[in-house]
Design a protein around this ligand. Structure first.
Ligand code: SF4
Length: 86
């Protein structure tokens, strides 16, 4: 069996770790939205009649919007799906 030099061994390991990190990031993106989407969601909620500013919760669903807005599968609790603006 051929022996690998230390440099080859280290670079191969680094490449494998990079690939793993990339896969992990892709998986996490399924659950969390990027910052720009998060900020847009929070802005919409802040302009909504159901938003309760002192606690940062939605009076309709009771969720903490700072958490809910970060989660990709979450949507506005209004049945028609349209966010109520003031
Ligand atoms: S009703 Fe929808 S837009 Fe309004 S605070 Fe709740 S989740 Fe946000």
């Amino acid at each position: 069996m051929r022996k690998l030099s230390n440099d080859v061994w280290i670079s191969t390991t680094k490449n494998l770790l990079k690939k793993r990190e990339k896969k992990k990031r892709i998986k996490m993106n399924r659950f969390f939205v990027p910052d720009n989407v998060y900020k847009d969601r929070i802005e919409i909620c802040k302009g909504c009649v159901f938003y309760f500013k002192p606690t940062g919760t939605c009076k309709d669903c009771g969720c903490f919007m700072k958490i809910k807005a970060r989660l990709a599968p979450m949507a506005c609790s209004q049945k028609n799906g349209i966010r109520q603006l003031k």
